[in-house]
Write a protein that binds this ligand. Structure first.
Ligand code: NDP
Length: 278
């Protein structure tokens, strides 16, 4: 039942910068849903306590962000198949019996941004995924389901990339290695799923792997071009975009899971872009 008091939150640490309350408030206005969506700062050792408190408050669901996605996965009683395999959840649905169901909408959000917003067809593409953390885990299965010709994972800690590739090998042609062991041909799509941009840094990528036909996609976003987007433009990438579209699209997937209605994302992305750039 959708009541005026339906409460949703985003849990993270830090959390003050989160744009999720803005996005979900716009989705709710647009679809006529009555809900509150709040940010909650969770102490690093306090996820279980925060969830207990939310269940006691009668909250209906939550988003989970850095650094809690993997811990939240462990605290779910049930999970959707993509989340199950990813080992990380970003969306929680609370049952009337106080059960917690986990989903991961990061991959669906990325694919929707690439496909519907940016017009990218992944079938037959050569994809390079940078990073092997929670975000990379969440998007691997949906990316492989889109039937790329090959998907390489490169990570600073090479063993994590190799492990990740092994974990997802049954979904498609995936290989993992360090940045210095990548094949020396250009990629169609390079996705930066490292957190390097957040620290104003760049992953150590050979510019020769990027060309005029390459789309460089940074999952991070910020006021101006992220360091990776700026680097990609400088080395001649055909296109370079940040992850604001993914942020809005993954939120729309969460909203759909919670409320059963799919909001329109275009106007919300435009409004958010104006706010973030101001
Ligand atoms: P994690 O902390 O789980 O993983 C971080 C990854 O970045 C690791 O692979 C780590 O390598 C690598 N890394 C960190 N610093 C550097 C560096 N200086 N050079 C090279 N590699 C580096 O983070 P997440 O996976 O949760 O998030 C990654 C990024 O994705 C963040 O920027 C996050 O904001 C963004 N994101 C965006 C979303 C959106 O909707 N737009 C959704 C989800 C995430 P190592 O293993 O060697 O430590």
């Amino acid at each position: 039942m959708n009541t005026a008091t339906d409460l949703y939150v985003v849990l993270g640490n830090p959390i003050a910068h989160s744009q999720s309350p803005f996005i979900h408030a716009r989705f709710a206005e647009q679809t006529g849903q009555s809900l509150r969506y709040e940010r909650r700062l969770v102490p690093l050792d306090g996820l279980q306590r925060a969830l207990d408190g939310l269940l006691a408050e009668g909250a209906r669901g939550a988003n989970v962000t850095v650094p809690f996605k993997q811990e939240a996965w462990r605290l779910c009683e049930s999970r959707g198949p993509v989340a199950e395999r990813a080992g990380a959840v970003n969306t929680l649905l609370f049952g009337a019996d106080r059960s917690i169901h986990g989903e991961n909408t990061d991959g669906a959000g990325l694919l929707r941004d690439l496909g519907a917003n940016l017009g990218v067809a992944l079938e037959g593409c050569r994809i390079l995924l940078l990073g092997a953390g929670g975000a990379a885990r969440g998007v691997l299965q949906p990316l492989l389901a889109a039937a790329p010709q090959a998907l390489w994972i490169a990570n600073r800690t090479a063993a994590r990339a190799a492990d990740l590739a092994r974990d997802f090998a049954d979904f498609g042609p995936v290989s993992g290695c360090g940045f210095d062991a990548l094949p020396s041909t250009r990629f169609d799509l390079v996705i930066n799923a490292t957190s390097a941009s957040l620290a104003g840094r760049l992953p150590p990528l050979d510019p020769a792997l990027v060309g005029a036909a390459t789309l460089c996609y940074d999952m991070a976003y910020g006021k101006g071009p992220t360091p990776f987007v700026a680097w990609a433009r400088q080395v001649g990438a055909g296109r370079a975009v940040d992850g604001l579209g993914m942020l809005v699209e993954q939120a729309a997937e969460s909203f759909h899971l919670w409320r059963g209605v799919r909001p329109r994302t275009g106007p919300v992305l435009e409004a958010l872009r104006r706010i973030v750039s101001a």
